[in-house]
Design a binder for this molecule. Sequence first.
Ligand code: AMP
Ligand code: ZN
Length: 114
Amino acid sequence: MEDCIFCKIIKKEIPSNIVYESNDIIAFRDVNPVAPVHILVVPKKHINSLNELLPEDEQLIGRIYTVINTLVKEEEIDKTGFRVVVNCGEDGGQEVKHLHFHILGGKKLGTKIS
Ligand code: AMP
Ligand code: ZN
C-alpha cells in the first residue's frame, strides 16, 4: 500500500535492520526501541490491523508466532522471558496502520497491562 511505512520497508524502499525474512513475513528491529530487544514481526501482506484480519489469514498468523518462537531463541530471551504486543486502533495506541507484532525483552518489563 502506498504511503505505508512498513510496506516501504518490505519493498526495501527505506532501510531497516532486518533480522528475518521469508516470502510472506519480515521482522526488523524497532527504530525506537523501548527494551534491549525490540523487534517488529510483520506480514508482508498489508493488513491494516487486527480488525481487518480474514479467516484466510489464519495460517499466516500461525507462521508469525513460529517466527517469534525462532527469534526469541536467536535473541536469547526465550529463557528470561519476553512479551508480544499487538496494538490496535486509537485506544490501543496503534501508530502504524499495518499489522505488526512487537517482541519485547532483554529486561524486566514494566506494567503488565494498563
Ligand atoms: P505501534 O504503536 O504498535 O503502531 O508501533 C509502531 C512501531 O513502529 C513503533 O514502535 C515505532 O518505533 C516503529 N517504527 C516506526 N517507523 C519505523 C521504521 N522506519 N523502522 C522501524 N520501526 C519503526
Ligand atoms: Zn503496509
